[in-house]
Design a protein around this ligand. Sequence first.
Ligand code: AGP
Length: 615
Amino acid sequence: MCGIVGYVGSQSALEIVMAGLKRLEYRGYDSAGVAVLADGGLAAAKKAGKFVNLEKELTERPLPTGTTGIGHTRWATHGGPTDANAHPHLDNAGRVAVVHNGIIENFACLRAELEERGHELGSETDTEVVAHLLAEEFSACADLAEAMRLVCRRLEGAFTLVAVHADEPDVVVGARRNSPLVVGVGEGEAFLASDVAAFIAHTRSAIELGQDQVVELRRDGVTVTGFDGRPADVRSYRIDWDAAAAEKGGYDYFMLKEIAEQPKAVADTLLGRIDAVGSLTLDEVRISASELREVDKVVIVACGTAFHAGLIAKYAIEHWTRIPCEVELASEFRYRDPILDQQTLVVAISQSGETMDTLMALRHAREQGARVLAICNTNGSTIPRESDAVLYTHAGPEVAVASTKAFLTQLVACYLVALYLGQVRGTKWGDEIHAVVRDLAKIGGEVERVLETMEPVRELARSLAHKNTVLFLGRHVGYPVALEGALKLKELAYMHAEGFAAGELKHGPIALIEDDLPVVVVVPSPRGRSVLHDKIVSNIQEIRARGARTIVIAEEGDEAVVPYADHLIRIPATPTLLQPLVATVPLQVFACELATARGNEVDQPRNLAKSVTVE
Ligand code: AGP
């Protein structure tokens, strides 16, 4: 959950690192710090609070100019957000600096050993022990990469480490285990970062690091080994995001930009997936057709918004393939002793590809012999690397903590997986698959149309900014949409919000209805399962009769809802299973606007991080 940047080259390391950290601020922002090698020594600055506090510190007390440096933005796990706990952490001699993302589970015993050997540790963090251990090992071997390998072999837990030593002025060393780290390779310079957004302004050539690897950066090249020192095979790849893609592009918030990017994100995720004869070609899905034909159960594991995408995927997978599909919260999955075997296909959905709950769930699944397919938005991240196959969404960088375009592209990817299973298993004929793909190809335009009609939704949101709670109802695929709308409002407006299956109202929740309580109702198409449509219209009448303020999302042409809707939000008519792709958008806009009306920080909501890399 922290942001890490390292640089070695001929430019000002401070400028490169600070700009990179600025782009990673969303990964964690309760403190930040930098360290630069210059004049034979090491200089560092770090401050608690927002990134701007570090910028002010550096203005008042500039660091010397150097061409090697590291930096960090923190989301606290061990130790509160204080100056002392901010990274980088140094050894007592001030010759080693290290930044860290993750958790070192055995830091307490390592700290005790260090203190017995006379080291003085001043922070509450787990990270600080690494600085002292590196200093000890370096004093014996005089090689920072080797010192890092020796130290990593003693650490337990999940970590990305990046360090510098004043005695090696043109070297940056990194290491990773169960935590993100990517390498950028430029002309006479090299970069390390938690996320490519930190260096794509300088290079699009990247190297994917594997598990338990140490990377040594020098101006003239990059060396990667295992923790055991043996040379490691690495994969180079080209980053297809440009620098502008990670900027706000004129919007007040990254979230607004990312909501607006959804039509393109949906279209991009479909690109290249249909071959010349109209068949689906999911070339990253490195599971053979024969293996997929043996699948007798699908289990989807994910968290938060990604979990809601999985709930929607279940309807499509079961309807199109007739394979039983379970959807599990990743944090619960492995603790319930699930029944998995070679015939189980586990689908791990994750925007960041680093969510520890989801990563640990897929590891458990693989240990049980299941095959794992990842649906992920971040190239080179841990979850796809540890899966048997991956289908990348092409949403581009999603910077705002509240997931929007990643969610819509996860749905598209889930539909493609369901269709692909239907194709290889023969439960969907080619023309049926083509028909769905044609409908999917229209969705980008339909989302665009929805976005053009959002002003009444924004006005409604502002008018409800004083409310304490909003309920969300839906049926069928509209039920997970209701859950997602409630989550958006919770995480952005810090407001109580709850999603229900509309059929559950009479089993308890209807007791919550009181005068002027806002209730959002996602209405299924009357053209699909009309019985569901009629039932939810009855639900709307029931809550309205008890005083609710009904906010109804219904497709164009659905007149049955009009008499019972205090506010009517129209969406384009779509096939039943694809409706979430258009019904979710007004709920994203609603939550973002209401949060803005409340004066909340939309891109970085309190207590949340973009990627939850601890369990
Ligand atoms: C959703 O708006 C949140 N940001 C959060 O629920 C997120 O979806 C969840 O933490 C999963 O993240 P992932 O997709 O990166 O695995």
